[in-house]
Design a protein around this ligand. Sequence first.
Ligand SMILES: Nc1ncnc2c1ncn2[C@@H]1O[C@H](COP(=O)(O)OP(=O)(O)O)[C@@H](O)[C@H]1O
Ligand SMILES: Cc1ncc(COP(=O)(O)O)c(N)n1
Length: 267
Amino acid sequence: MTIPRALTIAGSDSGGGAGIQADLKTFQELGVFGMSALTAITAQNTQTVTGIYELSEEAVGRQIDAVVEDIGVDAVKTGMIASISIMEVIADKVRQHRLSPLVIDPVMISKSGAALLDQPARQALKQTLLPLATLVTPNLHEAEVIVNRSLSTSQERMDAAKQILDMGASAVIIKGGHTEDEEAVDLFYDGEEFHTFSAPRYHTPHTHGTGCTFSAALAASLAKGESMYKAVETAKQFITKAISHSLNIGKGHGPTNHWAYNRYSKD
Ligand SMILES: Nc1ncnc2c1ncn2[C@@H]1O[C@H](COP(=O)(O)OP(=O)(O)O)[C@@H](O)[C@H]1O
Ligand SMILES: Cc1ncc(COP(=O)(O)O)c(N)n1
């Protein structure tokens, strides 16, 4: 039996709801062996980020080399990248090791408002990492930063999706977590067809780590060999369960529930 292996390149969330911790929990729940390359350590809980400690470029590069050269990687995701210099190392390593499929979650700001990618890096993303992406997963705000205009209508989002593919990404999913719509609708485009993936919107404050969990579920599903379309379906089901059973932990935005997909499969 071959064991699917996924690597997350992201930041640590001491609070356990987002970042590397969310990714590894998601990989585990989906039956994929999880590995990590940390870009930064955050001191963080459900209310706030009190410290960000970036790792050196060398530390990031060596973690990636170590797992690739020995264990092997069937899919990769990136999350918090922190700065341009770390982004450049990641892009170099992706090219050097031909890492694919590559899911890029262009994390910019935490739900609690902390900058997790500095301003220059938000623009550099377009040239440095997006062209390498198998799938890029911006939320609405991140998509607006990438295309540099507001996206209020579905037509504007479809145009933005096309523009993101013109930047070199193979596919994009613009997530609908931050709209006022009754449903949480994600727009997928792979250069051929648009698809929407919808689920009921849960009115809960406990959505810390939704984007990390979603992109980790995508990487895990791709590591298992699912098609891109099937991987989005699985990830949408996983995140919807995780949000519908989210955890009232801490005093702020609690985390999503990573075990809900397996434990509450019938409701
Ligand atoms: N309140 C909610 N109810 C149901 N689904 C949600 C809710 N909030 C986010 N989602 C879904 O969670 C996934 C992550 O989206 P989003 O929260 O927009 O990402 P991010 O964490 O990057 O801001 C998407 O599939 C989105 O539709
Ligand atoms: C280390 C790290 N990575 C990503 C997020 C984004 O998650 P959210 O937007 O839910 O706060 C985070 N808060 N911390």
